[in-house]
Design a protein around this ligand. Sequence first.
Ligand SMILES: [Cu+2]
Length: 351
Amino acid sequence: MKKTRSNAVILMIALIIGLSMIVVFSTLSEVELEQKTLVTSSGALIRTTGEIINPIDYSGEPLDFDPDSFLRDFNYGKVSQLSDGTTLREFTLIAEDDKIMEISPGIFFNVWTYNGATPGPTIRVTEGDLIRVKFINNGEKSHTVHFHGTHPAEMDGVFENVGPGGKFTYEFVAGPAGVHLYHCHVAPVEEHVSRGLYGAFIIDPKEGREPADEMVMILNGFDTDFDTENNFYAVNTIPFYHLYKPIEIDLHKLVRLYVINILEFDPINNFHLHGNMFNYYPIGTQSEPSSFTDIVTFSQGDRGIIEFEYKYPGKYLFHAHKVEFSEKGWVGIFLVKDNQEKNIQEIKYGT
Ligand SMILES: [Cu+2]
């Protein structure tokens, strides 16, 4: 009888301990869940996989880098004509590696830059132009400029490291037409690239392309805790920026995106467009698109031209379909505006 009673007591104690464990664990998972759930400015819930830091909005002080001005900013260089009729385009790129940049509200990171920014300036030329890039290394480490595209070996920016305070002039005939890139090629290249030493290099075909609303989108990210995994993902450096400051485009107007994936550490990245399909031109070297799609996947250094126009006005997301990346910043909105409708109303009502 005594033994049965003591067994019942032990069972009761075990039950109490078990129940309290369940309570503790369920409370923990709720806390964890809370940490991984954010409310956006629109009130929508985003449950994340981890270390997301969503700034919620960009209404505060402007950051060091302005994605709005970078988006449609093309640098054509100082232009002159040689005696044989060739167009010479001259550029200057200055590398630095001591800049502390606010890459998201309240998040400061030591970026390495060309001309004080990451990405560096978008260099835009025409096929057949002679391009001359004066490179100055104002950093404390060796750096170079390695251009993609065709050029002589000694202009490749790989073996001729430029030390601190050093200079080098890259000169070659631009080709082929397409969307290329430039980046530092000093070892460890992974570090020099992931810190920010890269930019877009667009070579237009001699005959030009159809007029369009053109933009550069460099898919990048930052490993802010140096564990060879990115903590932030973005289009043009600032995570979530175009989610809160949508890119305005016109209804029925051709949009052309020069998209470059420079992301380190992650083997793939991608671009997905909502409510529409686009023509995709890999590397932009062929005049015919390779596909009519709503998603394209890039490996590192991969890039291409995306062309589309919208049939209906409104807000449309564009983002990495690798959801982890979009939840950590690589997401934006196109705001498609019916300006024709507005113009008609202006004529009709004089507003
Ligand atoms: Cu470098």
